[in-house]
Design a protein around this ligand. Sequence first.
Ligand SMILES: [Zn+2]
Length: 204
Amino acid sequence: MRRSIKAPRCERFRFLKSQFIEECKSSKKESITVDKRSYRVVIKSVICDPSARSFVRQIIPHTGKYGCELCVQRGIKNHAMSYHVRDSKLRNNSDFRKQTNQPHHEGISTFTQLNIGMVYGFPLDYMHLICIGVMKRLLLLWRGEKNTVCASSRKRKSKNKETKKTLDRVHRLTLDQLNTISARKAAVSKQFTSEFNRKRRGLN
Ligand SMILES: [Zn+2]
């Protein structure tokens, strides 16, 4: 499911309440016939970005104190919201539906009408975490860009600028290496289907 969260709020609610949810319910009862073969539709997971994920599940955003989607710990705000406890109690489908961790919820999600896991049925999305998250940061670091670290680590690193400069030189890719990666990216980009609307760019 892909739906822009920039649409007007009432339109978004109408889509989720009357159209999408009803369609899911009916497609579960009746199978779909394609080329004389019938298929049963089962929704295993819903893929969306963090803002849309909190909206469709009616939970507080990931910047909130109880915003962690996987466990019940209270976050600590220090520049950005962070969650430090590693063995905190995990959320599960039953607790989510009963809203046992009340501060995590903002309302009742229409998705609870469907037989879908309300925690693991909405996985953290690969594109934002890996492709334009960790991978982007690594590429910037290898290219020798500044501001590739968060504010707190920047403070710590500024104490030892010489060490940082040396490390930067060690990890930085040469112009030849950058050109090779850019050429390979350009070659691969021809194979992408039109569904990938993000533009492919070189590294230099
Ligand atoms: Zn957590």
